[in-house]
Design a protein around this ligand. Sequence first.
Ligand SMILES: [Zn+2]
Length: 189
Amino acid sequence: MFGVTENAGGTNVEMQGVVHQKSKPPASRRPAARPAFDWQGGALARLVREKLRSFDLRPTRQRVSLASLLFVAGDRHVTVDQLFDEAKALRMPLSRATVYNTLHQFVAAGLVREIALYGSKVWYDTKTGSHCHFYDEARADLFDMPEDVAKQLAIVPPKGKRIVGVDVIVRLVDDASENATETGDDPRQ
Ligand SMILES: [Zn+2]
């Protein structure tokens, strides 16, 4: 009703076909990049090159390697640091500055979407259409809401304006009132 377009990129589905995963992880969990996949050649790299070209991005080695990480396993939400750490773990010869610059090129081209949170780092989302997020503050974890609550909000735009997208971010903390288990282990950042 707001003209909210889900999955505006539309090509994620195509990308998932080449991932040798038996079952897609739930969209709400951030899939960890697996060091086993072949980002230098093979079907994934070929599809990533095609995807980059379709967004008018020349498929340089840096772009192909980072886009492979981003699109290897469904929708992802990452920060520069996360992506840099993954690239490093895979021995991709990329500096943090290159990761940052490449992500910005991806944003400018519409390949990924930038999400800025108060008091947090900038996130990059491979799902580019308007959609709603949960943000787990303790774990610094941004993930999609299973349901698009934006559709339930009866937002009336100001006169002379029309709504092109509704982006909702709901911040979460652990609920201490029930099952109060201390999970102080390994916050992501
Ligand atoms: Zn998202």
